[in-house]
Write a protein that binds this ligand. Structure first.
Ligand code: GAL
Length: 835
């Protein structure tokens, strides 16, 4: 047996995944290698960079995933866009400063890496896969062009067998981001993982296994498996053994199939699994299909595909059914960036986001407006989160001068096919989305393009419904686009659902994008009135959750539709987390580089709105949340409304022990009664979902809320206090045991508190972080969209009294010490373990 020689140290890294590896030149099972370390990187551009002999020693050494732009600095001129956003109702061109995050992502970047192909690889199939490269990737091996893939969000791969030789090979990748190509921060570089996959030439095709649940009963499930085999034309005596293993590793089904001729390389099999455990949001059980390919009894290839047993169905007028259970989408739209980590994919950061969302009661994520990272899809599979996987923000008619419109004709089908084949076995994906608010909605031939795309999805994957986010109801009702979509998805048009329903043959409506409520964590504006496109000198929005855009609304304006209309199958709120770019309504008001739409801020700290959604969506746990904070020096005696977000039907508020009265959710509020402007301004819809004391006046001390159940019995209470002088820092760690992958992250929330632990909500002092031991400081963020501080410098100002610092665990087990300090207050320290 020949020992493989790779240019990495298996002792120091767990990046090599060997699927039943036996050895080269002997047994024939595929090997997958993660190309993460030892990349060279430059922002310069030169045709010599692709040459094998080019000396890149002076370039920066980086680890992939890598986002070259997240290191900043922020600047008003980075991708400044002089244009009118017609979608947002702008009639004249404006200077949009922070629309794409104010970060330096535009331009070229080159990556180079030496890859060692093991001895005995001659005659093997060698695949190079990029999970995503931003953007316009051109890939070279040993100076020769292998191929290109322009769309930055998609996974693509090349067969590089004929470009490589055993031993050293030079891989080079050129990337280029165009100005005015995006409506948000896209990230830059090799921001997702890169893999090398080596197998025999006679093998299971890449993404060649398609698994679907044909029938799900209590006693059995019928699973259909289509396997595509690749083999030389004259290959004989092939056979396929398909095995299914359950979540405990027990084999639960198997079937062997002979492949008697070259024409039979696509094999369809149906296997029965007894006593199946269905995949669901509550119980995300996963199974594995292991496909083994033999020739003359010799094992040639093994390919493993994770899947879940689950059925999905959309029944007109009734709704969406997961495993036969009516399921309403309590969804959020998410951009791909991970706040201070930029677009560089990280498993721990993604899982933290999903955890925060699940706790709010979210059951679905829309990957707006592009293809998800594999790490997100896998996490959703494992953690129980449904996904709507999206493709494009633009088809042929431009939204952005240099956007996808330039690629559509040549690439749309290829991009769609890669998305589908990559993820068709992942149970979390329950719907495909072919576009977002495309201008074709208003064009007479728009339905033809929609049909072209929907047909591709139906051809490649007949098991999932297809939708599209439409915001031009008049256009799509007129040109037939809305009627031909499998699921009619509307953005920000809940007030038209009833009219659309009458006209649409599907008799189903999905809120593909809703709310776009604006708020900044811990910032409250007075008086408390409903406002559209409100702007303030501090470039923030009120956390009373009463502000929105001219096209959007408040959470309850959507709750009421989805609660009262049986054919409305749920919603995807814009957005779960704040993201880089799109600081609407501060289009031109620099500094402002990130959104205010998030239910959770850019640092991952929930805003008040989080608890409003939680009170409505999380039906397993109780929610009792008071806002605003109660530290209002200078507002003594002034009207300072108090809101309570709770699942309980009523509650009573006390200020310094004095009752301010009981408020009860008004369940008589319905769609018809609240149709007009007055009811909007009076917060009538809100009265059904949130408890509001509009006339309370501020006096320092305590606010107590007592929640009552249906019988008027006091069941829970909560108290908040006026904070005293800032005294110390307080730490809260999301996970204090990390693995030793060198990539695992702990998120530490640092708050400035008084001597009793009450948050000092206006504190903005600079906090410094020190990390020692078996880990290092990675990044930090405070959730303030106007902060121009670097995410990677270990000091930053608190925003509304808090921020989050991120620690990266190292590659050796041991302890990490984390210390936060700031002038004038007691510092705080904690320990994190690397296992
Ligand atoms: C929608 C759009 C989103 C985002 C949002 C902000 O129209 O689809 O990408 O721009 O508006 O409200």
């Amino acid at each position: 047996m020949i020992t493989p020689r790779f240019n990495f140290n298996p002792k120091k890294t767990i990046t090599m995944v060997m699927l039943a590896f036996v050895g080269f030149g002997f047994a024939q099972e595929r090997t997958s290698i993660l190309l993460d370390k030892g990349w060279k990187f430059t922002r310069e551009d030169n045709a010599n960079f692709q040459k094998k002999e080019y000396n890149d020693k002076k370039w920066q050494t980086v680890t992939v995933p890598h986002d070259w732009a997240i290191y900043g600095p922020f600047g008003i001129d980075n991708d400044k866009q002089h244009m009118a956003i017609t979608q947002d109702g702008q009639k004249e061109a404006l200077e949009h400063a922070g629309r794409t995050g104010g970060l330096p992502f535009v331009g070229t970047g080159w990556y180079r890496k030496n890859i060692t192909i093991p001895e005995g690889s001659a005659g093997k199939k060698i695949i190079l896969q990029f999970d995503g490269a931003m953007s316009h990737a051109v890939v070279y091996i040993n100076g020769e062009k292998v191929g290109n893939w322009p769309y930055g969000y998609n996974t693509f791969y090349f067969d590089i067998s004929k470009f490589v030789k055993e031993g050293d090979n030079q891989l080079a990748v050129r990337l280029e981001n165009l100005p005015e190509s995006s409506r948000w921060y896209p990230g830059a570089g090799l921001y997702r993982n890169v893999h090398l996959i080596i197998s025999e030439k006679t093998r299971i095709a890449h993404w060649g296994t398609a698994i679907s649940t044909e029938k799900l009963e209590k006693d059995f499930a019928k699973i259909k498996i289509n396997t595509e085999v690749e083999a030389p034309k004259d290959a004989k005596d092939l056979s396929l053994l398909t095995e299914i293993f359950d979540d405990k590793g027990n084999k639960v089904a198997e079937e062997r199939a002979e492949i008697t001729s070259y024409d039979e390389l696509k094999k369809a099999q149906e296997l029965i699994i007894p006593q199946p455990k269905a995949w669901s949001v509550e119980s995300p059980t996963l199974y594995r299909v292991v496909s083994k390919l033999y020739q003359n009894g010799e094992l040639k290839d093994i390919s493993t595909s994770q899947f879940g047993i689950r059925t999905i169905e959309i029944i007109p007028d009734k709704g969406f059914f997961l495993n036969g259970v009516k399921t309403e989408f309590k969804g959020v739209c998410l951009h791909h960036d991970l706040g201070p980590l930029g677009a560089a994919v990280n498993k721990a950061a993604i899982r933290r986001q999903i955890k925060i969302m699940k706790e709010m009661g979210v059951n679905a994520i829309r990957t707006s407006h592009n293809m998800p990272a594999p790490e997100l899809v896998e996490a959703c599979d494992e953690m129980g989160m449904m996904l709507m996987a999206e493709t494009f923000d633009e088809w042929k008619i431009p939204k952005m001068k240099n956007g996808y419109n330039l690629l559509f004709d040549e690439w749309a089908e290829k991009d769609a096919v890669n998305l589908i084949r990559h993820y068709r076995n992942n149970p979390s994906i329950v719907m495909w989305c072919i576009g977002n608010e495309v201008p074709e909605q208003g064009s007479p031939s728009g339905a033809k393009v929609a049909r072209y795309l929907q047909d591709i999805f139906q051809r490649e994957d007949p098991t999932r419904p297809v939708t599209q986010g439409m915001d031009n109801p008049d256009g799509v009702l007129k040109n037939g686009m809305a009627a031909m979509m499998e699921v009619a998805g509307f953005n920000y048009r809940p007030f038209r659902y009833r009219e659309e329903y009458e006209k649409l043959p599907q008799s189903i409506i999905l809120g593909t994008e809703t709310a776009s409520t604006l708020s900044s964590r811990g910032v409250y504006k007075f008086p408390v009135v409903r406002k559209s496109m409100a702007k303030y000198p501090d470039h923030q929005a009120s956390s009373y959750d009463v502000e929105h855009c001219s096209w959007s609304d408040l959470p309850e304006d959507n709750f009421i539709q989805h609660d009262d209309l049986p054919y409305a199958i749920g919603e995807f709120v814009w957005t779960g987390f704040d993201y880089l770019g799109e600081p609407t309504p501060y289009y031109t008001d620099w500094p402002s580089h990130s959104s205010l739409f998030g239910i959770v801020d850019l640092a991952g700290i929930p805003k008040d709105r989080y608890y409003l959604y939680r009170s409505h969506w999380n039906t397993k746990e109780n929610t009792l949340h008071i806002l605003p904070h109660w530290t209002w020096k200078g507002r003594e005696g002034e009207v300072t409304p108090i809101f309570v977000y709770t699942n309980y039907p009523s509650a009573e508020v006390f200020i310094n022990g004095k009752s301010q009265g009981i408020r009860k959710k008004d369940l008589s509020v319905d769609l018809v009664k609240t149709e007009n402007k007055i009811s909007y301004e009076n917060f009538d819809r809100q009265k059904r979902y949130r408890l509001m004391w509009m006339d309370t006046r501020y006096e320092p001390g305590t606010v107590k809320v007592v929640a009552y159940d249906e019988n008027g019995k006091a069941v829970e209470e909560k108290t908040i206090h006026t904070a005293g002088a800032p005294a110390k820092l307080q730490l809260e760690v999301d996970r204090n045991v990390l693995d030793h992958s060198g990539k695992d992250l702990a998120f530490v929330k640092v708050s400035v508190v008084d001597k009793d632990g009450n948050l000092c909500p206006f504190d903005e002092r600079e906090i410094s972080i020190k990390v020692n031991g078996k880990g290092s400081f990675k990044a930090m963020a405070n959730g303030n969209p106007t902060s121009l501080e670097s995410f990677q410098t270990p000091k930053m100002k608190a925003f509304s009294g808090a921020l989050v610092a991120i620690v990266e665990g190292g590659e050796t087990p041991g302890k990490i010490t984390f210390e936060a300090s700031a002038k004038g207050v007691k510092s705080a320290a904690t320990e994190i373990t690397v296992k």
